[in-house]
Design a protein around this ligand. Structure first.
Ligand code: SF4
Ligand code: SF4
Length: 646
């Protein structure tokens, strides 16, 4: 099957010129894309969309028809509430597992460093290593960094097990938030424990109280946000460096026609960090010259891209929906994949070109890809082997197939919590002062994926523009960050698009109004920043004028993120409807009932302009709650009836 849009219908798929150019090529040359496969799936299953289908056992599969005359219960007797709750909990467990297993891989690498067995990794941030050691009760007296790495890694491995009553990093949350978790019985204990318990509870015949299932799902998500993901972020900083503001560029224009192009795709920075080192190896650079290339050019995709962009300023080729399209430039010698968000189709796309796809993690193999098993103890050796493979593939290029469609757009990245606090003089106080005096009305994390059901990047960029225009600081991660980068919102000059208050603050600090805080696991940086603001003010996170948004999410990980964000007290607006609408009870719980328990709820609003109104109203309510100068939420014009899907 090939891409078949009528006329220039491909323009409906994305807001970006680079995507249009590649989709036009796909159409002309009959190359299949994610949009073709979506079209082939339509109409998608209504039961699955409502969340009321279940295949948890072999008495099924079952489908429950809550709004019609069909069956109201599955074979076992589960009704729509139970089935929707079980499905949602399993989605959260899968997302939390993905993040947390990523964290485990980084943790095992720290352990290898502690044993002195790595050929390349080292402790890049001893201060952060010491801080973590203190948080875990590991004495630092008289110990070398290597000894500390060994001891801390053993201690952190306990986070994955069942011996803890509380995850140590959850102690970073404000006391009031921790009390809520204690009171509700959702304080996260062990990363693997919560994931496994979700799978147990959702087996047929275990937990059949839908509220009880969902409370555990929140606990499971918290074990991700304040556990596995936070470990991934913190230890990546320890090993590879705390991100600092840097200038880079984004879109398919970052590929270079006269260089060996290597795409780094996936989520885990372990291998991509060594690829950066290997690509600077004199011998390999000389080989590239010999093959006729002017150099070796690295470019990122998805969150591996965000990791190396944040720390090394490596340019970003694009976000999730660009993975097939970037191969169609004909300029990619090698796409290196680790795990998560890598479409199984990329190897098929690559067969139309000279591009090699190399998979690297034994837990993530792909069709039509060569597999090189990554061993962190031999990281540099393997990294060099991979870069050499890319260089050798340069001579297989087909010159008439090289089509790099646009010029890159500049963007800034690298706004870790440490970098943000550094820019503010070491404390959150200046940011709090700006929020108090109203020059910044609040802050919103716009995060998450791209989804072919939504015009690529429209949700992210429209929402972001609305928020900054209304003096709301936006922090971004994941594919949302790449979208805003492409739209030119992540350079200091974008302060001109912000309202007068935010614009003045950004200009004084020389920063963009949209700050790139990292990859998907780095949403934990947003939690840490929110906790720092709350702790400085002596309030819970839920009292702050903050919100989250995932305008174009698709991934199970995004559901885990959204849930731990709400469970941490931050109101969150989803652009893609989650499969819960088959249970009005659960919709009510998620959009209203959670307020009484966690001080925050979900909303679902696909229209980014309406989502901006919801968020602005929420922020003004929170400001009023703190006795800060607030405008009336009702003065933010938009008829209530037009606002919410739920
Ligand atoms: S668990 Fe119940 S609803 Fe699910 S497939 Fe089995 S019988 Fe059907
Ligand atoms: S934001 Fe979503 S699509 Fe993008 S890399 Fe993260 S999980 Fe994958």
């Amino acid at each position: 099957m090939s891409t078949k849009f009528s006329g220039n219908g491909y323009k409906k798929m994305s807001i970006n010129r680079d995507a249009w150019a590649m989709l036009e090529i796909a159409q002309r040359e009959g190359i299949e894309t994610v949009w073709d496969r979506l079209a082939a799936q339509e109409p998608q299953c209504g039961y699955c969309n409502l969340g009321t289908s279940c295949r948890n056992c072999a008495m099924g599969p079952c489908r429950v028809d809550p709004f019609g005359d069909g069956p109201q219960k599955g074979v076992c007797g589960a009704d729509a509430d139970i089935i929707v709750a079980r499905n949602l909990a399993r989605t959260i467990a899968a997302g939390a597992s993905a993040h947390s297993d990523h964290g485990r891989d980084i943790l095992e690498t720290l352990h290898i460093v502690g044993e002195g067995k790595s050929d390349v990794y080292q402790i890049s941030e001893p201060e952060k290593l010491h801080q973590l050691a203190e948080e875990y009760g590991v004495s630092i007296d008289g110990k070398s960094d290597q000894e500390l790495a060994a001891e801390l890694s053993w201690e952190m491995m306990e986070d994955y097990g069942m011996r803890r009553k509380k995850l140590p990093l959850a102690g970073r949350a404000p006391a009031a938030r921790q009390e809520i978790w204690e009171k509700t019985g959702v304080y996260p204990r062990g990363v693997d424990r919560e994931n496994v318990e979700t799978l147990h509870r959702t087996h047929m015949g275990v937990d059949n109280d839908w509220v009880n299932i969902l409370l555990h799902a929140v606990r499971n998500s918290l074990s991700d946000g304040w556990g596995g993901s936070m470990i991934a972020t913190e230890l990546s900083d320890v090993l590879f460096g705390i991100p600092k503001p840097n200038s880079s560029s984004v879109n398919l224009g970052v590929l270079k026609a006269d260089q060996v192009n290597i795409i780094l795709h996936g989520h885990n920075p372990m291998l991509s960090e060594v690829i950066v080192a290997a690509s600077q190896d004199e011998e390999i650079l000389a080989l590239a010259k010999e093959k006729g290339a002017q150099g070796i050019n690295l470019a990122g995709l998805c969150c591996t891209g965000n990791e190396v962009l944040m720390r090394k300023g490596i340019p970003m080729a694009g976000n999730h929906l660009m993975q097939e399209l970037c191969i169609m430039t004909g300029a990619v010698e090698l796409m290196l994949v680790d795990y998560q968000c890598i479409m199984p189709s990329v190897g098929e796309t690559a067969k139309c070109f000279h591009t090699k796809v190399i998979s690297t993690f034994d837990k993530a193999k792909f069709p039509n890809a060569e597999h090189i098993s990554f061993d962190p103890a031999r990281g540099l050796e393997i990294g060099k082997q991979i870069v050499r493979t890319a260089v050798e593939n340069y001579e297989n290029r087909v010159p008439e197939k090289i089509r790099i469609p646009v010029e890159p757009v500049p963007m800034m990245a690298g706004f870790s919590v440490e970098a943000i606090l550094g820019a503010l003089g070491g404390t959150p106080q200046p940011l709090i002062d700006a929020i108090v005096d109203g020059s910044i009305r609040g802050a919103v994390g716009v995060v998450g994926c791209s989804n072919p059901k939504i015009k690529q990047d429209l949700g992210h960029t429209e929402l972001t523009k609305q928020l900054i225009a209304n003096d709301i600081l936006v922090v971004v991660t994941g594919c949302a960050a790449v979208a805003d980068g492409k739209a030119g919102l992540m350079v200091p000059e974008a302060a001109d698009l912000a309202g007068p208050g935010l614009s003045a603050v950004c200009k004084a600090l020389g920063i963009p109004p949209v700050l790139h805080m990292g990859s998907c696991v780095d949403n934990t940086r947003i939690l840490v920043l929110a906790a720092a603001l709350a702790n400085t003010l002596g309030v819970d996170i839920s009292a702050l004028p903050l919100a989250g948004a995932a305008p174009e999410w698709y991934s199970e990980k995004a559901v885990a993120i959204g849930t731990y964000v709400v469970g941490s007290g931050i109101y969150t607006v989803l652009g893609t409807a989650p499969p819960v609408f088959g249970s009005p009870n659960i919709v009510n719980l998620l959009t209203e009932g959670l307020q009484d328990v966690f001080g925050a709820t979900f909303a679902v609003e696909p229209d980014p302009n309406r989502a901006a109104v919801l968020i602005r109203r929420h922020i003004e309510r929170k400001r009023a709650g703190l006795n800060l100068p607030a405008i009336s939420p009702d003065s933010i014009a938009m008829p209530e009836a037009e606002l919410t899907l739920v």
